[in-house]
Structures are given as C-alpha cells and as structure tokens.
Design a protein around this ligand. Structure first.
Ligand SMILES: [Zn+2]
Length: 336
C-alpha cells in the first residue's frame, strides 16, 4: 500500500536545502541492519520523513566504494550500490526523483519534490578505464569523487600526507571526459597536488562536497586558505561538513561549525559555499545536528551570525544549484 507522506509535511518554515553529500545508500543495501527509507530509522541519519523535516530539496547520494574493493570488484560493487539506490528511491512513490540534468532538476524541485543526484565516491570504480565512466554516466551517475583516502588510478589522496601524488595521466583523461559528458567533479579526499592539477585541467567548476577549513582545524581533509582561493578562482563550491573531527580537535559543536562557515565566507566568499553533511558516512555527529531533520538549527545559527537572507539562500541551495546548471547540462545525454 502506498501511503502519501505529503499531507504531514508542508513547506512552511523550513528553508530549501541542497546537501552535497550523504552516504545513505549504504543503508539501502540492507547490509547495515534493517532500514526502511519511508520511515524514521534511529540508527541512520537520513530517510524520507527526515529529509522532508530538514527542508532538503536536493540531495547528492554518494555511492561509496569501500577500500576492500580497491584490489578488485570496485565497478561491480558500484553497480550493486546503484541497484540498491534505484530499488529504494524508485520504489517510494514520487516524492523524491532521480535527476539527470539541470532542466529536470528545476522541474522536480519547483514541483516541491526532492531531487536526487548520484555521485560515485572513489574513482576505483572506473577500474582504470574511461569506458567505465561512460557506462556509469549512461546508468545515471552524474558525479565522481576522484579519490577516497588512498591513491588510485586517477590521483593520490589527502590522507596519504604531504608526499601524496598529484593527478595522473589517466586522471587527466577522466577530468576531460567528465567535462565533456557533463558530470560533477568532486575533489573531497584528493591530495593537495591533485587538487591543484585538476583545477589546471578542468574547464568547468568543481565541488569539494564535504570538507572544512584547515585554518580552524588542521586536518588533512580540510581545505587551506590557499586551496579555498583556488576553488574560488574556479567558481567551484565547498560543502561544509558536519563531521566533528573536521570541525575541532577538542569540543566540536554547532557554534564551532558556524565559525567554519564564517571563515569560508571570508576567504572563499558566500558565492562558493554550501553544505555537505556527510550524514550516514560518519560515526559521530554534533549533538545539535544529530540527523538531517535538525538542519533548521543550522539555518537559525547562520542568521544569528549575521548572514543575510540572500546569503543564506546561496549557502543552503543556490550555489550548488549553479554547479548543477553549469555542469550537468544534459548535453552529455547525446554524446553517450
Ligand atoms: Zn567522504
């Protein structure tokens, strides 16, 4: 029986939010205990009722390739996650719709539904072959996080430390092909050298879907002020993450998270700033932002810090909307 959840939630006081990163597809597989996307699940951070409570109108769902698939089977694993995603999202009525280009994104969000975009987290899934990128595009994937925490065929990774490698020749081909197809390039997790190299190659803006400011919390996954400036020059967008170890080495709370928004607004600018929660990919959460339904607290916090309504709309939604407009144009649908 199909039960409409629409009547219970009206778009009243919640602002529209575009979250650039969650790992909820791992729950869709059923491998982490029983999970029902249509109900609230205590052991997960994201499901349909709480996406609506939180005011999410667009969500990038990551297909995270676990490191155990690095040595083999990464593409197959990716396809399994993709299948779980479609089974769950297509099977839940029409309140959340997978979108494949900007015009469709607009159509879905303007009709009050949630737009879902698919992004693979970990270029291992390509298994070193460009044709696999085109296969994933054909199957609906519209973004790729070039690396996770370890070097792959594309580049070195941030967590490998100062000596980590930059973009490799295969990586350059991947970036160019993503530009051609119209896919979102995600530089979260990439090495500092790889970050620079991609920005020298790409002719489209990129995203860093989930990271914070290294000036406030010196973690290899966070962006330095220099990197923020490079990202701004590219007109890319950073999604500030809610993962406590990226926020502060000591006590991380909403207040400290808001410091990251302020710092990024100063260095990067409010036109290049967004959110990338990393919900369901993190084992600890801020007590004020325990799951996606708590997002109105972030909005209230930004207001308290003096961000204007126009700036808040940019941070919460419009900056990532621009990325979709400028990258996922739909032109790639014909070249595939
Ligand atoms: Zn990640």
């Amino acid at each position: 029986m199909y039960i409409s959840l629409r009547e219970k939630n009206k778009d009243t006081d919640v602002d529209r939010i575009f979250d650039a990163h969650c790992d909820t597809v791992l729950h869709f597989t059923g491998e982490h205990g029983s999970y029902n996307f249509l109900k609230e699940n205590n052991h997960a951070h994201v499901d349909l009722p709480r996406l609506k409570k939180g005011g999410i109108k667009a969500q990038i769902f990551a297909l995270f390739i676990e490191p155990c698939f690095k040595s083999g089977g990464a593409l197959q694993r990716c396809l399994r996650l993709l299948n779980s995603f479609y089974e769950t999202v297509d099977g839940c009525g029409n309140e959340i719709i997978t979108v494949y280009d900007y015009p469709q994104f607009i159509e879905v969000t303007e009709s009050g539904k949630i737009a879902a975009l698919l992004l693979v987290e970990g270029g291992e899934a390509l298994e070193g072959e460009l044709k696999n990128l085109r296969k994933l595009f054909f199957l609906g994937v519209r973004g790729l996080g070039l690396t996770w925490n370890f070097e792959n065929e594309i580049s070195g990774a941030a967590m490998e430390g100062p000596g980590s490698k930059g973009l490799k020749s295969f990586g350059k081909k991947v970036v160019r092909e993503m530009n051609r197809l119209g896919m979102i390039i995600d530089l979260a997790h990439i090495s500092p050298k790889g970050f620079q190299d991609v920005l020298a190659v790409t002719d489209a803006p990129v995203i860093v879907s989930h990271a914070n400011a290294a000036a406030l919390c010196n973690h290899p996954r966070n962006l330095t002020d220099e990197q923020m400036k490079l990202l701004r020059d590219n007109k890319g967008v950073l999604g500030i993450s809610f993962y406590p170890p990226f926020i502060d080495h000591r006590e991380a709370g909403l207040d400290r998270l808001l410091d990251h928004f302020e710092h990024a607004a100063d260095i990067l600018g409010v036109d290049y700033l967004g959110i990338g929660s990393d919900f369901d990919g993190i084992d600890i959460v801020l007590k004020e932002l325990r799951d996606v339904s708590f997002l109105p607290r972030l909005t209230a916090g930004l207001r308290k810090r003096g961000f204007s309504e126009t700036e808040i709309r940019k941070i919460l939604f419009e900056n990532f909307l621009r990325i979709v407009k400028e990258t996922v144009t739909g032109e790639g649908n014909e070249v595939c």
